[in-house]
Design a protein around this ligand. Sequence first.
Ligand code: MG
Length: 210
Amino acid sequence: MSAPTDPRRAIFLDRDGTLIHDPGYLGDPAGVALLPDVADGLRALVAAGLIPVIVTNQSGIARGRYTPEDYARVEARVFEVLGAEGIDVLATYYCPYHPEGTVPAFTREHEDRKPGPGMWLRAAADHGLDLPGSWSIGDGERDIVAAKRAGSRAVLLAGGRDKWPMPVEGPYDADFVARDFREAVLFILRAEGRALPAAPGAALAPGPHA
Ligand SMILES: [Mg+2]
């Protein structure tokens, strides 16, 4: 049991291209599919005391590609899929705004829109989260910039399996650049001084390149 005075620490997670397959402007819950190693990785991070929070830009709402109601159905499906894996997400924060949208109500800049840190700051205020003690994982430069502006540590997924190869150039100011979710989790566990899952054949066991 943690002492009641322990700060609550989060693992802030980008959604599209980090947790789930990113087909571009996902507005259909049937398209929700977890990426490899995400379930195992999140379970390991939760075991290390980090509370999952999703932070996601959803400019498709401002662009009229899907509605807030469509978004809500996708979000519910993400919670359902993760819940089936035994993973409870504390909260999701999403930003529907974009300065070049087509839906007037959502067409503007907003500090929640990554690389703005607004979603991290709101989550910390809403849930009493310790940002310097928290981590973030995302597959885009804007994820890292937002996380660092908020005061969190950050791991960039570069060259992931689910997207075009992202050149590792910067400066992104990431604490680590990982090739995939598994490597990101292993880095965070090491930094936390946690024993690595090492059961033979375990999805998160260090591989030949670890
Ligand atoms: Mg992404």
